[in-house]
Design a binder for this molecule. Structure first.
Ligand code: PLP
Length: 393
């Protein structure tokens, strides 16, 4: 009988991906005939524009578009990202040295850790965070230094309050507009973050996939707008949420040329880039999407957010009205997010994300996603109301 070799020790420290575990539980329920409504995931339900789908079809029907591309990525896509950063943030980027396409920003978040973190190194990670920052660090063999996010400080970190030996820290992660809390940061915050990173020889890593999911006239800045930011900063952008293209898996790492060179070194040894049709559809989206298309899409999210916020008092939750992102971050009455989310799933058949998926500091909150068509969203909210009425009776 053959015996498999032992798995790598690094996997002993790598917890299963929280969303994969939750997703499996939901699949099991669905297989058992339950009609679960998923308010737990942030995958845009609305389609990309017709014109973007047409650009994809046009490119896909070109028989010359089926070869390997370059490791640096399609030049037209990099030019489009540069033009977007100039137009939107006033930031100049060199498309060759300062922009690198990614297989969705998630891939780059993890591979940047491979590029920078050795055993004994550390990354500074917010206490409530998208899991990839921590998981990438662990997979690379490094350790995590916790950076507390205080709700009373708008979920912004106090850099001077970070505890631990920073001498081995190499990366500092931030994410505004923030998943899951919906918190936002201004330019002064990015200036402070860059100053702290310069002082401690850190690469500032700004994960910014929600900068176009904004409400009530709010405009999200880029970390690269801070004075001289490119000397210590990279930013991750993504077409997933901005253009409703999450399934095509395309983002980019932009900013500091040396960091981008190191990330390219890792990636060119791992992947071979994208299919041209993906680049062409995304390039079309970046170059041609009108502000009114984005505004109208955001108004739909905003109306859904209103429906959710209006329901919260009837289901024992409280939240602030965030000016950005696809989520409502709501406080659970008795502070036990896991049992609230479990009961909502099992008894109301509505999936919410327990805050602890984003770290222990997320305990006591659930995240509710805006990416559900209105009719299903209303059905989910009605179920939650009925369920909660019985729960507290
Ligand atoms: C904060 C944050 N960063 C990165 C990602 C990954 O986005 P993508 O890989 O689709 O670009 C997500 C996805 O939900 C996210 O919430």
């Amino acid at each position: 009988m053959s015996q498999l070799p032992r798995r790598a020790y690094r996997l002993d420290h790598l917890p299963p991906y929280g969303f994969a575990v939750l997703g499996q539980r939901i699949q099991d329920m669905t297989a058992a005939g339950k009609d679960v409504i998923r308010l737990d995931i942030g995958s845009p339900d609305l389609p990309p524009s017709e014109a973007v789908i047409e650009a994809f079809k046009r490119s896909a029907s070109n028989p010359h578009h089926y070869q390997y591309g370059s490791y640096r990525g399609d030049p037209a896509f990099r030019e489009a990202v540069a033009a977007y950063y100039k137009r939107r943030f006033g930031v100049e980027l060199d498309p060759f040295h300062e922009i690198l396409p990614l297989i969705g920003s998630k891939e780059g978040l993890v591979n940047l850790a491979v590029a920078y973190i050795d055993r004994g190194d550390a990354a500074i990670v917010p206490s409530i965070a998208y899991p990839a920052y921590m998981m990438g660090t662990i997979m690379a063999g490094g350790s995590v230094i916790d950076m507390p996010l205080d709700p009373d400080n708008g979920y912004l970190p106090d850099f001077d309050a970070i505890k631990g030996d920073l001498s081995h820290a190499k990366l500092l992660w931030i994410n505004y507009p923030n998943n899951p809390t919906g918190a936002v940061a201004d330019l002064a915050f990015y200036e402070r973050a860059a100053a702290f990173c310069r002082e401690h020889n850190l690469l500032l890593c700004s994960d910014n996939p929600y900068c176009e999911i904004v409400f009530d006239g709010y405009q999200a800045p880029s970390a690269l707008q801070a004075a001289g930011a490119k000397d210590c900063t990279v930013e991750f952008m993504s077409v997933s949420k901005t253009y409703n293209l999450a399934g095509v898996r395309l983002g980019a790492c932009v900013g500091n040329a040396e960091a981008i060179h190191n990330l390219l070194n890792v990636k060119s040894n791992i992947d071979s880039g994208h299919w041209k049709a993906i680049y062409d559809a995304a390039t079309y989206a970046i170059n041609n999407t009108s502000q009114s298309w984005i505004d109208e899409r955001n108004l739909r999210y905003q109306a859904r957010r209103r429906r959710i916020l209006d329901t919260l008092p009837h289901i024992g939750l409280e939240a602030f009205e965030s000016p950005a992102t696809l989520y409502v971050w709501a406080r659970v009455p008795d502070g036990d997010d896991e049992s609230y989310a479990r009961a909502a799933l099992e008894e109301a058949e509505v999936a919410l994300t327990p805050g602890t998926i984003y770290g222990i500091a997320g305990a006591g909150y659930v995240r509710i996603s805006l990416t559900m068509p209105e009719e299903r969203l209303d059905a989910a909210l009605a179920r939650l109301r009925d369920w909660y009425r019985v729960r507290v009776a």
